[in-house]
Design a protein around this ligand. Structure first.
Ligand code: PA5
Length: 446
């Protein structure tokens, strides 16, 4: 299997090799604490050995569910938020044809439950009105407001459209094994279900059915995807100084020198949602106890025409990690134009990717010159195996990096605050006292 690579070469001059290597003992200790289950949040370490533990039978069962569903429907609404949404979308968009979703061929995947936009739902239901659709509803707790609202709407719509019995065959629920409203409902209605293991938190769950069923529904090879993740697992577990540990140590060394924001940059529009997934993984895992690198993302070259100025010359607190894709799937060459009004004939005959690669190189050199330390992750190409490797690499590096920071990388207590305020403002039963208090503050906010 072609392996993804990590290079911290362009951080020299910002942190020394010694600065990075001096963190290795701490990083190794953090890695060891994950391996032997003594880290903070050690009841959420199920992701660590998951790729090698998944059986072929289990993957075949997911593939069969996807196959059966695709006989009934040609649109699937994947309902979920945060870790129950971003991983699946990241992998699907990285592997999909950028325009095939506009055709009628194959399965179209659309997403709900990740916002509370009224017009979004009106327009979605309008779109679904004349479609044969099914629902893959994902919620570990089974009680998260955004997906619960979306499921209520779309379940009712589907039942009215095709009847309760057929709707029941078009809905798959992915949730906790025993607890939560979604589990209760799935049992009542007899939906096909998959379990999100107790010991795997949302943002580490893309290699469970949370990611696997939507990815299989989108037509991608989940066996190769898991093989990629297992390859990286094996590589990291058997090498004490692996690339995840190197990445965790490098970003920690930079953080210690005041580089408190990390930009994950790509030069391939298909990777936009990989960045969104990564932002959640690192943001929710590390941002606590007033600590943590702020994870931000940019899509290049697009954002060089918006964020590029700030990156080049704004306050010097940015580090940048570029995901580079070595080989493109297709060749497109720039044509010659006899008039040459745009003066681009010097590019005639060159592949688009050659121009993109020079933009990438030029950007990295410019950013280093401008005071932004630069790391690079190279994917030989975009396919199920390399994306599987990338996912596991980032998960492991996050576990190590969060543990080095001294926080529990596997909880997210801060996420509750907005929910409590929202419930109080909406007069949820049980929130009476908080409702009274928060309403006194509303005038100052509005
Ligand atoms: O990473 C996490 O744990 C969160 O982002 C959750 O995935 C998110 O809040 C959705 O939770 P649930 O799956 O319980 O609906």
């Amino acid at each position: 299997m072609k392996k993804i690579e990590f290079s911290p070469k362009q951080v020299n001059g910002f942190v020394s090799d010694n600065d990075i290597k001096s963190l290795y003992p701490e990083a190794k200790k953090a890695f060891q604490s994950l391996k032997n289950g003594t880290s903070k949040g050690n009841d959420f370490l199920g992701w660590l050995r998951l790729p090698s533990e998944i059986t072929d039978e289990f993957l075949s069962d997911i593939e069969n569910t996807a196959k059966e569903l695709s006989k009934r429907v040609n649109v699937i609404v994947v309902i979920g938020i945060g870790g129950s949404y971003l991983g699946a979308r990241a992998v699907i968009e990285a592997l999909s044809d950028s325009f095939s979703s506009y055709d009628n061929e194959g399965m179209k995947i659309i997403y709900a439950g990740h916002n509370i936009g009224e017009d979004y739902y009106h327009e979605m239901m309008n779109y679904l009105n004349n479609k044969e659709f099914g629902i893959c509803v994902i919620s570990k707790s089974g009680t998260t407001t955004e997906p619960a609202i979306a499921f209520r709407l779309l379940k009712e719509m589907l039942e009215q459209k095709v009847g309760k019995a057929e709707a029941g065959k078009r809905i798959v629920a992915i949730t906790d094994e025993k607890k939560g409203a979604l589990r209760t409902l799935a049992l009542q209605e007899g939906y096909k279900t998959y379990v999100i293991p107790d010991n795997i938190g949302g943002r580490f769950s893309v290699l469970t059915p949370v990611g696997l069923l939507p990815i299989a529904l989108a037509g991608f090879n989940i066996k190769k995807f898991i093989a990629g993740a297992a390859f990286m697992q094996n590589d990291c577990m058997n090498n004490e100084e692996n690339i995840a540990l190197e990445y965790a140590s490098t970003r920690s060394a930079l953080y210690a020198k005041g580089y408190i924001i990390e930009l994950l940059a790509n030069f391939n529009p298909k990777l936009h949602f990989i960045t969104e997934w990564w932002k959640q993984l690192y943001g929710e895992s590390e941002g606590k106890e007033n600590k943590g690198i702020f994870p931000a993302g940019v899509d290049f070259t697009t954002d060089l025409h918006s964020m590029g100025q700030y990156i080049q010359q704004g306050p010097r607190m940015l580090m940048e990690t570029v995901i580079s894709v070595d080989k493109q799937k297709y060749e497109v060459k720039i044509p010659t134009d006899s008039a040459n009004l745009d003066q681009l004939n010097f590019l005639a005959g060159k592949r688009i990717d050659e121009v993109n690669k020079m933009a990438e190189l030029g950007t990295r050199i410019a950013h280093v010159d401008g005071g932004v330390p630069n790391m690079e992750i190279v994917l030989p190409e975009l396919n199920e195996e390399t994306i599987g490797q990338l996912i596991y690499f980032f998960e492991l590096a996050c576990g190590i990096s969060g543990s080095m920071l001294g926080v529990n990388p596997f909880d997210q207590p801060g996420v509750e605050d907005y929910k409590n305020n929202m419930f109080a403002l909406l007069n949820k039963p049980g929130y009476e006292e908080k409702s009274r208090k928060i309403k006194e503050r509303v005038d100052n906010v509005k």
